[in-house]
Ligand binder design. Structure first.
Ligand code: 4FV
Length: 251
């Protein structure tokens, strides 16, 4: 899985330009016995299997030799939820050892003594930690300086400044009678930036109000929000004047 993932996209570019190195370590290579056992039945009974501590710890130690100073991260639904802030934090580290669990998970003694961070990509259960590891790798790699070309600055991504990204348009200027907003064709950069900020704010207000509630607004953003408030108050006042859907006193 990982080798295919590393042949495409931004992670391939990061590897090719030596911004990162990546290696898959197979836990089964550190298992003992004829059948190279990596999992066993849970103590206390119950369904499913648990990954044995010895092979996983031996693999972590090997990875630590290859990536000195790397942070050992266990991908699990119980971890802190991966977001852009955490990806940015991880992108500043010297390296990451990403433990991909299978079955019911890994023996708790691994978590207690070897895992330094536990990260979830979402509240759902997958079969293995490999896909979460790839999601984490991609979100981190693109934040490493030099990995994205100038055109694709990560700074303007959604969540980069805790706002959703503005709407995007490209040619044709009219598609099925739908025209691109005139301001985007105007070449007036200040107006375009204002339109884009307003687009980000309105989308975040409609789709992710929680992000706005935890945000310290810039003066420009405050101006936009205050204009919205005036516009909405004007609309509400016009209701009482024209009588249509007249507002009762307590609305
Ligand atoms: C998961 C997640 C996840 C749970 C059992 C692997 C699986 C199996 N990892 N975010 N959601 N992991 O579902 O990170 O061990």
């Amino acid at each position: 899985m990982f080798h295919s993932f590393w042949e495409y996209g931004i992670v391939r570019r990061a590897i090719e330009q030596k911004s990162i190195t990546a290696e898959a370590v197979n836990i089964r290579d550190f298992a003992r016995g004829r059948h190279l056992i990596t999992d066993d039945r849970p103590f206390g009974g119950g369904n499913g299997m648990v990954m044995k501590p010895e092979p996983v710890v031996a693999a972590i130690r090997h990875a630590g030799d290859v990536a000195p100073g790397a942070r050992t991260v266990y991908l699990s639904p119980q971890g802190r939820r991966l977001n852009q802030t955490i990806a940015a934090e991880l992108s500043t580290l010297p390296g990451l050892i990403l433990i991909c669990g299978r079955y019911e998970g890994i023996d708790e003694r691994i978590c207690q003594d070897y895992v330094e961070d536990e990260i979830s990509i979402g509240d759902y259960v997958l079969t293995g930690g490999e896909l979460p590891a790839m999601v984490l790798m991609e979100s981190v790699a693109r934040l490493i300086p030099g990995v994205l070309g100038g055109e694709e600055s990560a700074q303007k991504d959604s969540f980069a400044n805790n706002l959703l990204e503005h709407a995007h348009y490209t040619r044709p200027a009219v598609f099925e009678q739908e025209a691109v907003p005139d301001v985007l064709l105007s070449g007036h950069h200040a107006a375009i930036e204002k339109w884009r900020l307003e687009s980000s704010l309105i989308r975040t207000a409609l789709k992710r109000k929680d992000l706005l509630l935890q945000r310290r607004f810039t003066p420009d953003e405050i101006k936009i929000l205050q204009q919205w408030r005036l516009d909405i108050e004007h609309i509400l006042q016009s209701q009482s004047v024209c009588g249509a859907g007249a507002l009762s006193g307590d609305q």
